[in-house]
Structures are given as C-alpha cells and as structure tokens.
Design a protein around this ligand. Structure first.
Ligand code: NAD
Ligand code: MG
Length: 383
C-alpha cells in the first residue's frame, strides 16, 4: 500500500488523481490533501477519502473546514504546512499539482525528502530547474512527469537515449489554431478556455490558447530529459492522440499515443514501472483518422518563441517569463487586457528585468517577486 499526498487536490489534476486512486483501494491510500480556499470541495473529499491530514493554504478556509469535518482529520494551514505533508515520513508518493509558482516550495520539499514526486507543477522546473534536478539527484527522489507530453517521452525513452536525435512535443494548437491573428485581438476568456481536447484549469487553458503552455513544457523537457533547446522540437497535432515522440538517428521515431485523458498519465506515474487500469478506454485508431500535423507559427504564437528565447538565455529568464505570464493571464481572465497583450507584456517584462543566475530557492522566489512587480507596472499601460 502506498500512502499518497496530493498537493492541489481540488483542481483538475487532483480530481483525476483521486479518480485513479478510487479504482485501486488495495494499492493506494490518501494520506494528505491540500487546497487553497475551496473548503467546501475539500469537505466532500474528506468525507469520501478520510485523509489523515488536510492543508488549506488560506487560514480562514482552514478554520471553516475544521469546524465541519470529522475531528480525526488534522487540519493545518499556511504555505509551510504544504512542505510538512510533502515531506511527511508516512508519505510515499507526492502528487505535486498546485498551479503556478505557489507549488514550487512544496515540490522541492518532496524531492528533498526523497519521495516519488509525480510532478504536474511544471513551474517548479521553469523557475528553478537546475536546483530542482540537483535536489532530486542528491536525495535519490524519483521524479515522474505528470504532463502528457513528458510522460509520453518518459515512456518512449524507457530503453534509453542511445542514438537520440531530438524529442518532439506535440501541441494541440488550442482553440485558436485556425483563427487569423487579426481576430485574436477580441477573443474572450471563455473562448480561450474552451480547449478542444483537454479539460483543464483556467490558467493552463489560456496558456494552451497562447501556446505559452508549450513554451513552459519545452523548458520542463529541457530539465527532465537533460537536452538543449536545439534538441527539443514542437509540432502542432490538433487531435492530441500522439502525446509526443522521440527521434533516433537511424530515422526511427517512437511515439506514445492514447486518448487525451490525464488519468492515463497519472496512473502511469503511480504504477511505474508497472501499469494499472486508469479508467481510460484505448484509442480507436481506425475511427479517429486522419491525424494532422503543422509547424507552429511563432508570430501568431509569440509566447512559444519567447519561451524558447528564455530557455536559451537561461538563469532567471524562465522564471521571469513565467511570472509575467501568470499575471498577464490573470488580467486577461478578468477581462482587463486583450488576449494578444499577454505575449506583448511578457516580452516587455523580459526586457526590463535584469538577467542573473538562480542558485537557491530564495533566488527563484526573489526573482519571481521582482518580475511580478515589473509586470504590475507594465500591465497598467494596457488596462
Ligand atoms: P487547477 O487550477 O484546476 O487546480 C489547482 C490546485 O492548486 C487547486 O487544488 C488549488 O486549490 C491549488 N492552488 C491554487 N493556488 C494555490 C496557492 N496559491 N497555494 C496553494 N494551493 C493553490 O489546476 P490544474 O489544471 O489541476 O493544474 C495543476 C498543475 O498541473 C499546473 O501546474 C498545470 O500546469 C499542471 N498540469 C495540468 C494539466 C491538466 O490537464 N489540468 C496537465 C498537465 C500539467
Ligand atoms: Mg502538457
């Protein structure tokens, strides 16, 4: 029996993780759960899964929850408590599924404690990739990607990297793949969040529409698979059946395919190196043709270009890109800026924040704050 901590249990990845756990009560036990403010949903999860510990990062939400649930469940609050459940002696596996830079410290705490880290929080790698990979290595943690593209590559690379030429991440192209750039000025948050294939949280859905998500994933892949930007390629594949591919020097390509459903990715992270039932039906190839592929247009999807540039620049540029994007997306979701402003704001923030290196979690946090301050100033010129 493996004890699982889910950081970000009330989100989309949290839901899918709990749904896989429900299929295997003999193999997995919910040890601890966390959420930000949604104590009502956490109340339901407590009733169903009876975790030992629950963390609400918001103090008021923690109080409300504690008053309504079984007193056997310990309720903690605050960001530090996330580290406690991530590194807890009784935890075997940690699902790191908090959205944004708020998830970085607890993912790192899980890695420091040598856990199996099932990493959905790509920001941990984007903000402090070198540091994170070093901590994983030094503490013998197991790092298993929970991102469909990276899980696909992880699966394709099970026989090793010998003869590897490049990896190729697939991107759906999002809801605006065929929308002309002139029309993108006026698209709304609900149009941007209507992802054609994947059902996800709002922030990552907007990132898919701008293709910043793919940009963050290129950075994520750089650290996970220790490959330079030149060996990471992106292809648009609107059907999202091919989750990603690896290319070898003899001309062979190995791809991983399946229905786009994160439960398959999550169950693999939980069962690796075995496989277990995930609740996802197999892909019916004959009834899903044709498969299409396109080269991404980096003028229209400027966020993808900016992410490649930030990766090549290295150091704090990736964290700066991420912070500027998180804030710009928030403004867009609140209808305060236009869709195309997101890339423009990120580009300007990258120009003004001074370039330096990241040596510690503190460096990453300070840079994140500096970049946020710079973004708030720049955003004012757009609202
Ligand atoms: P979501 O918005 O649905 O859920 C986010 C979770 O994080 C919630 O439980 C929320 O309570 C918690 N949270 C939010 N802000 C917080 C804060 N400041 N402090 C503590 N907790 C906080 O997001 P999601 O779609 O589940 O994505 C989670 C992570 O997984 C993201 O990093 C995303 O990029 C990554 N990811 C998601 C998918 C997907 O299909 N949803 C796929 C690949 C990777
Ligand atoms: Mg992905």
């Amino acid at each position: 029996m493996k004890n699982i901590t889910i950081l970000g249990a009330t989100g989309s990845i949290g839901d899918s993780t709990l749904s896989v756990i429900s299929l295997h009560p003999d193999k997995f036990n919910v040890f601890a759960l966390s959420a930000h403010r949604n104590w009502q949903k956490m109340q339901l999860l407590c009733a169903k899964f009876q975790p030992n510990i629950v963390v609400m990062s918001d103090e008021t939400a923690a109080e409300k929850l504690a008053n309504t649930i079984n007193s056997d469940i310990q309720v903690l609050s605050g960001a530090q408590a996330l580290n406690t459940i991530a590194a807890h002696d009784k935890t075997d596996y940690v699902m790191a599924a908090i959205v944004g830079s708020a998830g970085m410290a607890s993912s790192l705490a899980a890695a420091k404690a040598g856990k199996r880290v099932m990493l959905a929080n790509k920001e941990s790698l984007v903000l402090a990739g070198n540091l994170f990979m070093q901590v994983v290595h030094d503490n013998n943690a197991e790092l298993i990607p929970v991102d469909s593209e990276h899980s696909a590559i992880f699966q394709c690379l099970q026989s090793g990297k010998v003869g590897l030429n490049k990896i190729q991440l697939t991107a759906s192209g999002g809801p605006f793949l065929h929308t002309p750039i002139e029309k993108l000025h006026t698209v709304t948050p609900s149009e941007a969040c209507a992802h054609p294939n994947w059902s996800m949280g709002n922030k990552i859905s907007v990132d898919s529409a701008t293709m910043m998500n793919k940009g963050l994933e290129v950075i994520e892949a750089h650290y996970l698979f220790d490959l330079p930007a030149e060996k990471i390629d992106v292809v648009i594949h609107p059907q999202s059946f091919i989750h990603s591919s690896v290319y070898y020097k003899d001309g062979a390509i190995i791809s991983q395919l399946g229905v786009p459903d994160m439960r398959a990715v999550i169950s693999y992270a939980m069962s690796y190196p075995d496989r277990i039932i995930s609740g996802v039906a197999p892909l019916d190839l004959a009834n899903n043709s044709p498969l299409e592929f396109y080269t991404p247009n980096l003028d229209k999807f400027a966020c993808l270009r900016l992410a490649f540039d930030a990766l090549k620049q290295g150091g704090n540029a990736m964290g700066t890109l991420n912070a500027a994007n998180e804030i710009a997306v928030e403004y867009f979701l609140n209808n305060q800026i236009a869709f195309l402003d997101i890339a423009s704001i990120v580009e300007r923030v990258l120009e003004v924040v001074q370039h330096n290196n990241i040596y510690s979690l503190e460096d990453a946090i300070i840079n994140d704050q500096t970049a946020r301050t710079a973004t708030h100033k720049i955003v004012k010129q757009y609202v």
